[in-house]
Design a binder for this molecule. Structure first.
Ligand code: AMP
Length: 175
């Protein structure tokens, strides 16, 4: 069983030139899903992770499973306007314009060790915003885990430059 083979690629989605890496096929394959979660957990097994933080929306599916396995809590980072209680937020640049992610202000506590999880790292803009938000809240980001890395887009290097250890399971060339 090979994780790479469980990921489906849709060319030119959502726009021409993008190779969309679709993990719904991996999630639907019991052995591949289990393997991916086990491999995301492995570098942190035995550590005292307080919270696993997932980025909307695919990071919720993986982050929930990783949190369960690490006996950690789970924290959702959401697009603006979705969380019902008091929030803190960070803006980040998109190719055109800006976007905002939010977290409940009381979701992590100062000094808490947290692990960030998402399905894919491309430019790293989303994950960098998440790390800034978590640090603003006083959390210590002890790692970030992604199933897929697109190394040509430089996101993994960007997170390393922020001092966050990163683990990825499968790399694809190009965008
Ligand atoms: P970035 O902020 O550039 O690292 O983009 C990461 C976010 O965009 C992740 O939440 C991904 O789910 C999504 N994403 C970016 N590029 C792709 C791609 N080629 N295929 C699937 N999802 C992508």
């Amino acid at each position: 069983m090979n994780l790479r083979d469980a990921i489906r690629t849709i060319p030119d989605y959502p726009k021409p030139g993008i190779m969309f890496r679709d993990i719904t096929t991996l999630l639907g394959d019991a052995r591949a899903f289990r393997r991916a979660v086990d491999e995301l957990v492995q570098p942190f097994a035995g550590r005292r992770i307080g919270k696993v933080v997932g980025i909307e929306a695919r990071g919720f599916i993986l982050g929930g499973a990783v949190a369960h396995q690490l006996s950690a809590g789970f924290v959702p980072l959401r697009k603006k306007g979705k969380l019902p209680h008091v929030t803190i937020e960070t803006e980040y640049a998109l190719e055109y314009g800006v976007d905002t992610i939010q977290m409940h202000a009381d979701a992590v506590h100062a000094g808490e060790e947290v692990l960030l999880v998402d399905d894919l790292i491309a430019t790293g803009g989303t994950a960098e915003a998440a790390i800034k938000l978590l640090r603003q809240a006083g959390a210590e980001v002890v790692g970030a885990g992604f199933i897929i890395d697109l190394p040509e887009l430089g996101g993994a290097d960007r997170l390393r430059a922020l001092g966050v250890p990163i683990s990825t399971l499968v790399s694809f060339e190009g965008h």
